[in-house]
Design a protein around this ligand. Structure first.
Ligand SMILES: [Zn+2]
Length: 170
């Protein structure tokens, strides 16, 4: 796994001056560091993680988004979901894996997976700002009842500066 901290610092957990400065300035957060170290510890078991470019995490209540490089999502979601399951167990959160530099549609599909997106459109508001409206196919069962629209909105705003409006189709 590649990220903005030295691999030696990540492995040891003891940071050099340069890495410590990144942590202090907020360029790298405590959660980024924790998740990066978790991923590193899983590399031996899941070798595809070696090629993952880790960007950052966004912590939104019970949901944790992990932002990785283009093409990296399958590397984290492979192995029958075992990596995501391990991360979820360690952090106690529901995990979303998102890719940098993709289209709005791809970003939203990854964010809302496994839900089906029916429509995405842009709403222009009177003050000139815009909202992205996502209409999801209605789902029944436990996933629907635990659906946390607030967390998804927070993640979209922090990762892509996107204001989301989430609706369900009947
Ligand atoms: Zn370092």
């Amino acid at each position: 796994m590649k990220m903005g901290l030295c691999s030696f610092c990540l492995k040891s957990g003891i940071l050099c001056q340069k890495c410590l400065a990144k942590l202090k300035s907020g360029e790298v957060s405590e959660t980024d560091l924790r998740v990066a170290r978790l991923l590193l510890s899983l590399e031996e078991k899941f070798p595809s993680l070696q090629n993952v470019n880790f960007h950052k995490t966004v912590d939104a209540d019970r949901t944790l988004a992990i932002v990785v490089g283009p093409g990296d999502v399958p590397r984290l979601l492979g192995y029958g979901g075992k990596i995501v399951k391990a991360l979820s167990q360690e952090t106690g959160k529901s995990i979303r894996v998102l890719e940098n530099g993709v289209s709005d549609r791809k970003f939203l599909e990854d964010l809302f997976a496994p839900m089906t997106i029916m429509t995405i459109n842009t709403i222009w508001l009177h003050d000139g700002s815009q909202e992205t409206r996502v209409i999801l196919k209605k789902r029944r069962g436990t996933y629907a009842s635990s659906f946390d629209a607030k967390a998804f909105k927070e993640i979209a705003s922090k990762v892509r500066d996107m204001t989301l409006r989430v609706e369900f189709a009947d």
